[in-house]
Design a protein around this ligand. Structure first.
Ligand code: SME
Length: 154
């Protein structure tokens, strides 16, 4: 397990993301730090909105069949459409869920926003049921804001 608290991880992420010179490197770095520091984050990825589809960018974990997700589909599509974080404690009980791995039990999806505009989202799956709580939401929403800043003003 990580020896760092979520606050410590956010401090590392803030410095790392700000230090990267371009959005692609910043997204890769964020994905890498999150997955490394929080072992229950089994799959971590960033989708970017292109037209009315979410297109998979940097990720770590098993390859996903869902590399392009229409806004009307999945928990990912719902979070982008509603412009708010969605936490699902039991993905198998959620009819919106698009399966990526049979081991996945819970998921958090956080939109990356520029004001009211959705730029993309951070999607994290866990093999643990109900893995994501308030501290995870706070952390991932802060990372989404850092990535939004990098995407709009690299
Ligand atoms: N589970 C997501 C699809 C993406 S994969 O988990 C990587 C969804 O329901 O939108």
């Amino acid at each position: 397990m990580s020896t760092q608290t979520h606050e410590g991880i956010l401090a590392s992420l803030t410095a790392a993301i700000r230090a990267e010179s371009d959005p692609q490197s910043a997204m890769k770095r964020a994905v890498s730090i999150l997955q490394h520091e929080l072992p229950y984050y089994t799959w971590v990825g960033v989708y970017l909105l292109e037209g009315d589809e979410l297109v998979l960018g940097p990720f770590l974990g098993k390859p996903s069949p869902h590399t392009r997700i229409p806004l009307g589909s999945g928990i990912c599509g719902a979070a982008a459409t509603q412009r708010e974080t969605i936490i699902v404690d039991d993905v198998n009980a959620d009819p919106r869920y698009l399966a990526c791995s049979i081991e996945t039990k819970s998921e958090i999806v956080v939109p990356i926003m520029d004001g009211g505009r959705v730029l993309g989202e951070i999607d994290i799956d866990s093999d643990r049921p109900a893995a994501f709580g308030a501290a995870d939401r706070t952390l991932i929403e802060a990372v989404a804001a850092l990535l939004a800043a990098k995407l709009t003003n690299p």
